[in-house]
Design a protein around this ligand. Structure first.
Ligand SMILES: O=C(O)CCC(=O)C(=O)O
Ligand SMILES: [Fe+2]
Length: 292
């Protein structure tokens, strides 16, 4: 893997771009052609046989929904995804943006076949139902990030083939966009080559575009990272196989939430001081095997 770390100055500049700049940037060629080939081939295999999976932001596209396909829970579906989700550069950015015990909310793929539909403009989990404003606490604001998205391009993203559309700077609005909003703000597309990675703050309004081509099949791996205390979108502890959990690196264990064992049943824990500056022990997550 191309695992060269990036400088602290560069990370600070990236974090600033997410919070105060456009809300996204693109890192070119983070993944090698062989990783991309392998990932793309797996996504095609799974999405050819598993159509009709849950999807989002497609309320207007009932008749074309089979031209937009999701593959979920990728850590069970190939070692290449286990490698991608813990790329050292993504770990550096994630740690700086979300706190260094951040976790994985989801790793999935989105494939839009030729003629397939784009999405409504939206923001991502845990903000993704923010149209219900009263379900969020007062003063929710963008200065305290609770999401980091990365889109690994498995195909070149062009103006025509369904590249993710983005409304720069809208992360500062901290709200779900209306259809009227998206007309008022200028839009760009996250364009790039296969192997590039778009990194964005999920509060930035965005949407997969319609794939207007007749022959360009567009896929991407979508990774959602969250601060340690946000409930992940995909249930990592139940969904990721026990084999992958047992083989996990320290980094992957952190991403799967093993370092943050809550909720737990405190009534069943050993007595004693288990949290606080001078606690002698900590609550730990127990792997399924250990609990049997
Ligand atoms: O596939 C894309 O281009 C974007 C997908 C997306 O934003 C989402 O599913 O939340
Ligand atoms: Fe999204």
């Amino acid at each position: 893997m191309e695992s060269k770390l990036i400088s602290q100055e560069q990370i600070a500049a990236y974090v600033n771009e997410l919070l105060n700049g456009k809300g996204y940037f693109i890192i070119s060629q983070l993944f090698s052609p062989s990783d991309i080939r392998e990932a793309r081939s797996l996504i095609h295999q799974y999405s050819n046989k598993e159509s009709n999976k849950a999807t989002h932001f497609q309320g207007n596209n009932e008749n074309k929904i089979n031209l937009q396909r999701r593959v979920w829970n990728l850590l069970n579906k190939g070692d290449v995804f286990v490698k991608m989700v813990q790329h050292p550069v993504l770990m550096q950015i994630g740690g700086a943006f979300l706190g260094d015990e951040f976790c994985l909310g989801s790793i999935a793929a989105n494939r839009i076949l030729p003629g397939g539909p784009g999405q409504e403009a939206h923001i991502d989990y845990p903000y993704w139902d923010m149209y219900k404003t009263s379900s969020f606490p007062p003063n929710v604001n963008p200065a305290f990030p609770m999401n980091l998205q990365t889109t690994i391009l498995l195909d070149d993203f062009t103006e025509e083939n369904g590249a993710t559309a983005v409304w720069p700077h809208t992360q500062k609005e901290c709200r779900y966009p209306t259809e009227e909003d998206t007309k008022k703000f200028p839009k760009e597309r996250m364009l790039g080559k296969a192997g590039d990675v778009a990194v964005f703050y999920g509060l930035t309004w965005h949407a997969a575009s319609d794939n207007l081509t007749t022959n360009s099949d567009r896929s991407a791996i979508l990774i959602q990272y969250l601060p340690k205390f946000i409930k992940p979108l995909e249930d990592q502890k139940r969904g990721v196989s026990i084999e992958v959990q047992n083989a996990a690196s320290e980094q992957l264990k952190q991403l799967l939430g093993f370092n943050f064992p809550y909720p737990i049943i405190l009534d069943e824990e050993e007595g004693g001081n288990a949290e606080g500056r001078h606690s002698e022990k900590q609550h730990v997550y127990k792997l399924e095997e250990d609990t049997n």
